[in-house]
Each structure stands twice: as structure tokens, then as C-alpha cells.
Write a protein that binds this ligand. Structure first.
Ligand SMILES: [Mn+2]
Length: 446
């Protein structure tokens, strides 16, 4: 992979103007900021475009724009392979999604860890690859490491014990720690800082409300606990966990990194790298990603914007959950579908939480349907299911790919989570087909 990273770096170093196209999630945004910062330092002109997805249509549009070099980050491996006619421009793909075996486009530089038996699912994200390119361009760019790790957190790559990194992510973390850019800490962190204590400890303690009352702690977000309350909570939860289920013990703690110093000075306002991830994620989900990108690049991000954005996101999410709760779903034997008035950037997360909180019947596939901003007259479909379906051999990503394609849409995903875009008038047909597909599948396997 480092050979391709080297090729990508030499191409970028000789470019006159570069278009960076990236995804709106935390990894996509962090990788775009890393590349932009490195290009600016190298005095190379650049522009950034953040999109919801990359498909044949916008891929073609982008490669026709007046840039000599285009970098697609956090997607593009597959789309680029459908366009083997590009020769006029330098195209660089930075991606870490798994690939079906298929010839790579000879006209693009495709950096993807999966081609080299490095697991891009957990060992490195798009931001990590962007970071290596940036440090090849200029070793001083090591100071962009907090963004590389923020992207990895965004893609849930903190899979080692106590929520630490593995593989190349770990190497980045160690390197940056040695340079004093970040310092590792492991803290009592049973859930994300904005989670209420009662829900944060629910996985560890059966009756969490009573438990909190017994140790005299009022329910509030984890981050609002005083140091004393946090100690009391930690000691009692640990005592309880050790007594009942020692295996869960390590999940009570999370490794994180304090940001000490970096060229992008507003990053030091974040308490930790995980908080940087939370902000990037919230900015994408609330369509304020360009504010995030520009203010971080220009060192003008202020604490108030960080707090406001994270708050705005959690508010939108809870409003969407309320809507799901109040709305009567379209119910089939194997499908529960909600047509919800929210954004296509929120629906996936909302459906995931609703399913986890049993707001949606977990014996069915949970579907969220929202109007698409990205493609008017289309609706965005989000599908989530519990692991039991996977154990029966159902892969929702693959099923969605088949059904959406047959309905003149696009879609795909992983085993338990998928998404797609279909013409609005095909909504009913989609639900029917999905229900029938699951029905047929389960009948044949029983
Ligand atoms: Mn990613």
C-alpha cells in the first residue's frame, strides 16, 4: 500500500490545482481537512466538495471539472472501475471499503488497504491514508494525526481492549504520542459523553434508575458529572460489574487522546480526539460540514460552535426518534417501515437507535424512508436489523442491492445495515419485495 501512497504523493506534489471530493461522515471530513491542510502548506491550489454518495453520475461530473488532479476520499474504488476511459486527468482514490475481485482501473491510483491484506474495516480509515500521504508530502504534517485518529473513531475502528486502536491506526497514535502531539488517556467512559448516565450504564446494570438513586446521583449526560460524582459512579459500577459479569469490565473504559499541539490550532479546543469526532460527525449530520472544514483549516473554530453543533445534532436526532415513536408504520410480516420527515443524513442513525431501544419491533427488518435532498423525486431508504437475521444467513446489504437495482434505484451495504435510493413511486413495491424476499429466504432455509 505504501507504494501507492508514494505514487499518490508524487502526483499530488506535481499538481497545479486539486479537487478533493469526500464523504460527509467524520472520516470523510477529517480526510478532506488533512489533504487540504497538506496542499495549502505545499502551496497547491485546492477545492473541497462534500457529497452524500459517489455514483456514476456525479463521478462523471467531477472528472469534467477544471482540475488537473482529483482525489476521491472515503469512496470511489468501485465507481472508478466502471470508468476505465479516463486518461486526461490524475485520479486518486483513497478508500478503505472492501472490494469484490475486479480489475482496477489502470488510469487511477487506487489506494485501498484491502488490496494488500490490510483490513480497512478496522486497521486504517480514509483519514489514516490521507495522513500518510500528508506526511510523505511534508513530515511536519505528523501534527495532523488527531484528524487521522478522529476519522478512525468515526468509523468505529477502536476495537482493541479498552477501546484502543489496532494496526496502522495504532502506529499513527504511537507516532503522534512520541512527537507530543497527543497523549493517551484511559478513562471511565461506558458510553459517549452526551449519553445520559442511566442509558450509559444500562448494558452493565439491570435497573439503572434505581441504581443511580441508591448511589445518590441524578440522571444527566455523562459529561456533566462532577469529578466526585464520576468517581462515585465509576467505583459502584465497577463493583457491580466485577460481581456479576467480569467480561464486561473492560467495556467501561475507553482509551482516548488529548490533543496537545497541532498546526491547526483550533483543534486544541477539543478535550479529546473522540470529541473532535463527535463534532465532525454532528457537523455532517446537520449540513454544517463546510463551517467545520473552513473553521478548522483557518483556525477560527470556537468552543461555542462546537457545543452548538453537537447539541443541534442530538436535538435533531431525538426529534426524529419522537417522530418514529408517534408515527404508525407500514407493517408487513418481516418489515416495519417508517416514512419520516427528517433528513437522509439522520435517518440511518435514528433507525439504529429506535431498533436498539425496541421502539421498532426487532423481529422485523426496520426501514426508514425519507425524501432525498441529494436526488429529488427519489427517497432514501435505510435498513437495519438485529444479528439474529444474520445468523439465519440474511445479508441486508446484498438484498437491498438486488431490490433497489430492480426498481431503477441504487443501494447496498453490510450484513446488518444497508441503504439505497429509489424513485418515490416505487416505495410500496420496495416494501412488498423486501418482505417477500425475506419470507422466501426463511422458508427455504427452515
Ligand atoms: Mn471511512
Amino acid at each position: 500500500m505504501f507504494k501507492e501512497i508514494f505514487d499518490a504523493t508524487s502526483t499530488i506534489a506535481n499538481a497545479r490545482n486539486v479537487l478533493i471530493v469526500s464523504h460527509f461522515d467524520a472520516d470523510g471530513l477529517a480526510s478532506a481537512i488533512i489533504l487540504a491542510s497538506a496542499l495549502r502548506k505545499a502551496k497547491i491550489q485546492y477545492n473541497i466538495k462534500i457529497v452524500d454518495q459517489l455514483d456514476d453520475d456525479n463521478f462523471k461530473q467531477f472528472i469534467n471539472e477544471p482540475y488537473d488532479t482529483i482525489i476521491f476520499s472515503d469512496f470511489g474504488s468501485l465507481v472508478s472501475r466502471n470508468h476505465s476511459d479516463i486518461i486526461e486527468k490524475n485520479i486518486i482514490i483513497i478508500d478503505h471499503h472492501e472490494l469484490p475481485q475486479k480489475e482496477q482501473n489502470p488510469f487511477v491510483i487506487e489506494v485501498n488497504p484491502h488490496k494488500h491484506n490490510i483490513d480497512g474495516g478496522v486497521e486504517i480509515s480514509a483519514s489514516g491514508i490521507a495522513y500518510f500521504i500528508a506526511t510523505y508530502l511534508n513530515p511536519q504534517n505528523v501534527s495532523l494525526a488527531p484528524l487521522a485518529l478522529a476519522g478512525a473513531y468515526g468509523d468505529q475502528q477502536d476495537i482493541s481492549k479498552y477501546g484502543d486502536f489496532v494496526g496502522l491506526n495504532k502506529r499513527i497514535a504511537e507516532e503522534a504520542t512520541r512527537f507530543g502531539i497527543i497523549s493517551p488517556i484511559t478513562d471511565f467512559q461506558p458510553a459517549a459523553p452526551s449519553t445520559k448516565v442511566s442509558s450509559a450504564i444500562r448494558d452493565f446494570i439491570d435497573n439503572s434508575e434505581d441504581f443511580l438513586e441508591s448511589i445518590k446521583i441524578t440522571d444527566k449526560p455523562l459529561k456533566d458529572l462532577t469529578q466526585e460524582e464520576k468517581t462515585t459512579l465509576a467505583l459502584n459500577v465497577m463493583k457491580h460489574t466485577l460481581k456479576n459479569n467480569i467480561l464486561d469490565f473492560e467495556k467501561l473504559f475507553k482509551t482516548d487522546y488529548i490533543i496537545n499541539s497541532t498546526a491547526l490550532s483550533s483543534l486544541t479546543q477539543f478535550k479529546t480526539v473522540r470529541e473532535l469526532t463527535a463534532y465532525l460527525n454532528a457537523s455532517g449530520k446537520t449540513y454544517t460540514e463546510y463551517i467545520a472544514i473552513n473553521s478548522i483549516l483557518n483556525n477560527t473554530l470556537d468552543r461555542n460552535t462546537i457545543d452548538k453543533t453537537i447539541f443541534e445534532y442530538s436535538k435533531t436526532l431525538s426529534i426524529t426518534l419522537q417522530k418514529i415513536q408517534q408515527r404508525k408504520p407500514i407493517k408487513k410480516k418481516w418489515v416495519t417501515a417508517y416514512e419520516i420527515d427528517t433528513t437522509e443524513r439522520i435517518i440511518g442513525t435514528a433507525i439504529t437507535i429506535a431498533l436498539k431501544k425496541l421502539i421498532i419491533d426487532p423481529t422485523t427488518i426496520a426501514i426508514g424512508i425519507v425524501p432525498s435532498k441529494y436526488k429529488p423525486i427519489y427517497v432514501k431508504i435505510s435498513a437495519r436489523m438485529i444479528d439474529e437475521f444474520t445468523q439465519k444467513g440474511i445479508n441486508i446489504g446484498k438484498i437491498l442491492q438486488t431490490i433497489t437495482t430492480s426498481l431503477s434505484g441504487t443501494g447496498g451495504g453490510h450484513d446488518v445495515a444497508g441503504g439505497g435510493l429509489i424513485p418515490k413511486e416505487k416505495t410500496q413495491a420496495f416494501i412488498e419485495q423486501l418482505n417477500n424476499t425475506i419470507q422466501t429466504f426463511l422458508k427455504n432455509t427452515n
